[in-house]
Design a protein around this ligand. Structure first.
Ligand code: 13P
Length: 321
């Protein structure tokens, strides 16, 4: 049965035969996270992709993540179990749209979220992930205009944290995170007033959470805006302290698997239990087996695009913890 111990042994055998390292994003199915050599957030996995010695990377995540690995390690073979695993956020800005936007602000520094196509990255000055977006923007001189794309909610978070008024934000969104909105957050938070809130900055509810804290509905210190990697660090601390509390989690539901593993005493409750990314879930155990058996789907990027995208992505992995 796909997903069982025989499947796991076959996946490991094929990965060894291909000299492949298996990377899985925190939103992947539990079986995929458990079989991977490394599970993590976008920044951590990019860093592994840049430094791991294996000649093949199998990226269990969505397409832009595997492309990012290829940009960082063009000499390696990069496979994704299903190349149709896209990203609504990455699709919300095209290279032509970015070119037109840059023409309006020719002197601005372009910061693109890692959730973009390789072509958009190739036209970018510096990329960022949710864990280092604030640090990346802070690394740009304060008098320099910034174009931030494509996520409007992450952009608003960065603007709030940096206090910059010279940042222009593209109005894209991840449909899954946008649906974790202020209404659903307010309703759940009011029912669980003692719970901590872990909120991914791509969520539509980030501003509402801060408003609830400002109004005293939820204590300020209980509202934590974090990348998926940041959520895990926070949960590890709660787990280590023997905390028996409850945490409301605003992100894709795949995250719950890792959170429960690092802090089994804590109750993690998704703010929107329907927030499952259909693209992430295309990376099934069967798709991973097929990928390793057939060496498909392979990421193939034009060398000029790789050359142009390398610097902004390399700058991304050098900033932040
Ligand atoms: P991180 O991997 O930075 O936590 O972001 C998650 C995400 O939404 C990827 O699309």
């Amino acid at each position: 049965i796909v997903g069982d111990a025989t499947w796991a042994a076959e996946v490991r055998r094929l990965a060894d035969a291909r000299d492949a390292v298996l990377l899985a994003h925190n939103y992947e199915l539990p079986e995929i996270q458990d079989i991977a050599d490394y599970t993590g957030d976008s920044l951590a996995l990019s860093r592994v992709a840049a430094n791991d010695p294996h000649s093949t990377i199998v990226f269990c995540g969505v397409h832009f993540m595997a492309e990012t690995a290829k940009i960082l390690s063009p000499e390696k073979r990069v496979l994704i179990p299903d190349a149709r695993a896209g990203c609504s956020l990455a699709s919300s800005i095209t290279a032509a749209e970015l070119a037109a936007w840059k023409a309006e602000y020719p002197d601005a520094t372009v910061v693109s979220y890692v959730n973009t196509t390789a072509e958009v990255k190739a036209m970018t000055d510096i990329c960022c992930t949710s864990s280092n977006a604030v640090d990346v923007v802070q690394s740009i001189p304060a008098d320099q205009e910034v174009l931030f794309c494509p996520d409007q909610f992450l952009g608003a978070h960065v603007k709030r944290k940096t206090g910059r008024n010279n940042i222009h934000i593209w109005m894209g969104e991840c449909h899954i995170h946008a649906d974790i909105n202020g209404d659903v957050l307010a309703e759940t938070a009011c029912q669980h007033p003692d719970s901590d809130l872990y909120i991914h900055p791509e969520c539509g509810c980030t501003t509402s959470a801060l408003y609830l804290a400002q109004e005293g509905v939820v204590p300020q210190e209980q509202v934590k805006i974090l990348s998926t990697g940041g959520m895990l660090e926070e949960a590890e601390e709660a787990g280590a302290c023997g905390d028996h509390g409850e945490v409301l989690v605003a992100t894709e539901v795949g995250m719950l698997h890792q959170l429960k593993a690092v802090a089994p005493n804590v109750t993690f409750t998704p703010i929107n239990p329907h927030a499952a990314c259909p693209f992430m879930k295309m990376i099934t155990p069967a798709a991973l087996l097929r990928c390793l058996a057939l060496g498909k789907d392979e990421i193939d990027l034009d060398p000029d695009t790789i050359a142009a995208a390398y610097r902004p992505v390399d700058r991304m992995i050098s900033i932040g913890n």
